[in-house]
Design a protein around this ligand. Structure first.
Ligand code: OXD
Ligand code: MN
Length: 601
């Protein structure tokens, strides 16, 4: 095991940011009584505290300093090789009944699960420091903001949470001293980083998360997938808002007309790249700005949907990130960044497959072994990550801290599909759009353990993140639409369609601006489109393809609908809905019938 997590002894004035809320103090006391840590470190999130924790992490080899001339204040972390991705098979939703968790979640009975977890946590922090992290999700003055506390015995978690959330005083202020205040209880322990004792458990009714046996971000930065999505989606349904696995971006025309769009793509399908898109030269004067790259919390205001990014940092995939694919991400991660499971090259620089330039002649790979270009293994893990503050992004949207959020003109769904699904099309209306989201599918990636490249249905990119019954979640989407007098238009995109030669038909990245421009045109009511059985499709001349090296045949293939492929696709939709065992709302089953009927017209 790489993380023995020994206790640390802070100097005076550090580690003593104890909250004033008695309910929090009582809970921390209970957890400490169970886990028996050497000491308790109350995180406040100050710079001095952070510097101290970094120095300790370097001493413990939890972090390795990378070349400070090239990457100031940046560090490499190597996780245990058995612990490099989210573990969906060990992720549980623990609701009183199995029906509440629904057909897409692993369910576990709450009382039994608490008992099992308590026995795993018993004395688990002996000889270790127990960190208590107060954090806030969302802009401090947002009605959507949520307070969480994470108890952890991992110093890497503390350093990462300081980047990913608003840690410390802001959270304590928002919480106040009322015993009934709403806040999330998160307990994390590395235990012995053993895959047989790795469980990520959510108790939505108790606003509680317990994660044991892992040190990987998606399993242990409890603010992110666990609170902002799984518990968040449950609270959102109960409280009348939406918690979605979506990026949020602003797009502004040369004339200064600005729209915000959200987009739900499954993990490692390019949300960060799209959120940080730089328009190609042809789109002179157009600007794209980032509000968020992974999660959107949305509420209805005056009949429109408004979104905030609950996070304060990016936890993005390194492989494939380059100045070619995402210059803003490269600038963002050039300083004050934690790299996880990247390779280290001989001048102390970090490296990953798909970075600009030639492959290095020698590196230390993500496991700490020598690597050369002739090595069979990848130098960086395919799910190696960067953790970096949103403030590092040169294209950060000026309204990112706006408590009410930004008004959303369009919702985009999309996945990684080699065939069948055209580059872009628009839903006929809200209910049809919900159907597009509910039936979307994608080829699996390295973000979760398991086979890569298999097509799986991933409704709204929330399959691993919806914290309650997916049928109720679909109904919640349909109901939200009824509250919107100016609903966003809904689109589906697919950057990943391949030609008969097996090559990608679309160059993607910055060129996706051409698709975004059509979406904006549609929102403004002047983009051309033809009606097709699957929705409104652009004709080739409706897309601005000027100065793009693409032949007409490719464009026709990209926008084409193959009736045979769609018969299979409709069959797959029906099979998927059936597999959910009767929870799918009638309105969506109807959509399925209408889609099939439109192909027969
Ligand atoms: C992520 C994921 O890390 O979706 O954002 O897995
Ligand atoms: Mn994600």
């Amino acid at each position: 095991m790489r993380n023995p997590a020994p206790a640390i002894v802070p100097p005076n004035g550090i580690g003593d940011a104890k909250p004033g809320n008695q309910a929090v103090l009582d809970w921390v006391h209970d957890v400490a009584t169970l886990t028996e840590p050497e000491n308790i470190f109350w995180c406040g999130g100050s710079d001095r505290e952070n510097e101290f924790l970094i120095a300790e992490s370097l001493k413990q080899n939890v972090l390795i300093k990378v070349n400070p001339k090239k990457f100031p204040r940046s560090y490499l972390h190597r996780s245990d090789p058995n612990d490099v991705a989210r573990v969906e098979q060990f992720t549980f939703v623990c609701t009183p009944t199995k029906e509440e968790a629904g057909p897409t979640n692993n369910w576990s009975e709450p009382r039994e699960t608490y008992t099992k977890l308590r026995s795993l946590l018993k004395e688990a922090m002996r000889g270790r420091t127990m960190f208590v992290i107060p954090y806030l999700m969302g802009p401090p003055d947002s009605p959507l903001a949520k307070v969480g506390f994470e108890i952890t015995d991992s110093i890497y978690v503390v350093l990462s949470m300081r980047i990913m959330t608003r840690m410390g005083e802001t959270a304590l202020k928002r919480l106040g001293s009322q015993s009934k205040a709403e806040w999330n209880r998160g307990v994390h322990s590395l235990l012995d980083v053993n895959p047989n004792r790795r469980f990520i458990c959510h108790f939505p009714q108790d606003n509680t998360i317990i994660s044991v046996g892992s040190g990987y971000g998606g399993n242990v930065l409890l603010s992110k997938k666990c609170l902002a999505l799984r518990i968040g989606s449950y609270l959102a349904c109960k409280q009348g808002w939406m918690a979605e696995h979506m990026l949020i971006l602003g797009v502004e025309s040369p004339e200064g007309r600005k729209h915000y769009v959200v987009a739900a793509f499954p993990s490692a399908c390019g949300k960060t790249n799209f959120a940080m898109l730089i328009p190609p030269k042809h789109f002179k004067g157009w600007k794209v700005t980032t509000v968020g790259d992974d999660i959107a919390w949305m509420q209805v205001r005056n009949g429109r949907l408004y979104a905030v990014n609950p996070e304060n940092g990016y936890f993005g995939v390194l492989p494939g990130t380059s100045y070619k694919s995402n210059p803003n991400a490269m600038k963002s991660i050039a300083h004050d960044t934690i790299y996880t499971n990247a390779a280290l090259i001989d001048d102390g620089e970090v490296w990953w497959e798909g970075k600009d330039g030639a492959r290095p002649p020698h590196a230390i790979d993500w496991r700490g072994n020598d690597w050369t270009p002739s090595s069979k293994e990848k130098a960086a893990h395919p799910n190696s990550r960067f953790t970096t503050p949103i403030r590092n992004n040169p294209a950060l949207d000026p309204d990112v801290e706006k408590g009410e959020g930004v008004p959303i003109s369009a919702i985009i769904f999309g996945g990684r599909r080699s065939d069948t699904v055209p580059l872009v099309y628009q839903a006929f209306d809200w209910a049809h759009g919900v159907y597009l989201g509910a039936t979307m599918a994608s080829e699996t990636t390295a973000a979760a353990t398991g086979a890569v490249g298999r097509v799986r249905r991933d409704p709204m990119a929330m399959l691993p993140f919806c914290g309650y019954n997916i049928g109720d979640y679909f109904q919640h989407w349909l109901d939200m639409g009824k509250r919107l007098t100016r609903p966003p238009l809904i689109f589906n995109v697919n950057w990943f369609r391949k030609g008969t030669d097996g090559k990608f038909l679309w160059s993607g990245f910055g060129e996706n601006m051409r698709v975004l421009k059509w979406i904006v045109d549609r929102c403004e009511g002047h983009g051309g489109a033809v009606q097709s059985p699957i929705g409104w499709l652009p004709s080739p001349h409706d897309l601005d393809l000027a100065d793009l090296d693409i032949d007409h045949k490719c464009v026709a293939e990209l926008l084409g609908i193959d009736h045979e492929e769609w018969q299979k696709e409709i069959g797959a939709h029906e099979k998927f809905f059936k597999s959910l065992g009767g929870v799918v709302p009638e309105e969506l089953l109807d959509q399925s019938k209408q889609l099939a009927a439109r192909f027969k017209e």
